[in-house]
Design a protein around this ligand. Structure first.
Ligand code: CO
Length: 148
């Protein structure tokens, strides 16, 4: 049985990039994830246009993005009010975000908003859980390296 497909054949979601977790107290959560759960903090970023403050953590071969609410009308505040803390989204790396969105549009799927620049300067786009069997899904596109 084929366990993995070649990168060149891979689809829209070719690699799990990070797991997004909504938290009520970003500082306390970041301390817990680093001091108790063994993650290393990579970066923190305030994204006012997304209503989010994020701390990106590395566990070795996996990454977690802790998300705190920033400002009014923050989707994280709305999430916490509805669900309390917990899994908020899964982020997958996609090779070509525009091609992925064109493909999805052929299936009647539009992103929540057009692509924007998210944490780490990556182009990102979110798909509503109604299109993914219940999970908010982030597509991330890394800057293209020369020659690829
Ligand atoms: Co994310």
């Amino acid at each position: 049985m084929k366990r993995f497909i070649e990168q060149a054949d891979a689809g829209i979601c070719r690699r799990l990039d990070h797991v997004g977790i909504a938290v009520a107290d970003l500082e306390a959560a970041a301390r817990h994830y680093t001091e108790v759960l063994g993650f290393t903090e990579l970066e923190r970023e305030r994204l006012p246009h997304q209503g989010v403050e994020a701390v990106l953590l590395d566990g070795g071969n996996c990454r977690v993005e802790l998300l705190g609410a920033l400002g009014e009308n923050s989707p994280i505040a709305a999430f916490l009010a509805k669900n309390r803390e917990g899994l908020q989204h899964l982020a997958f790396e996609t090779a070509d975000l525009d091609a992925a969105l064109a493909h999805l549009a052929e299936h009647g799927i539009e992103p929540i908003r057009p692509p924007s620049v998210g944490a780490g300067g990556l182009r990102v786009c979110f798909l509503h859980p109604k299109h993914t069997r219940g999970v908010l899904l982030e597509l991330t596109e890394y800057p293209k390296m020369n020659g690829s």
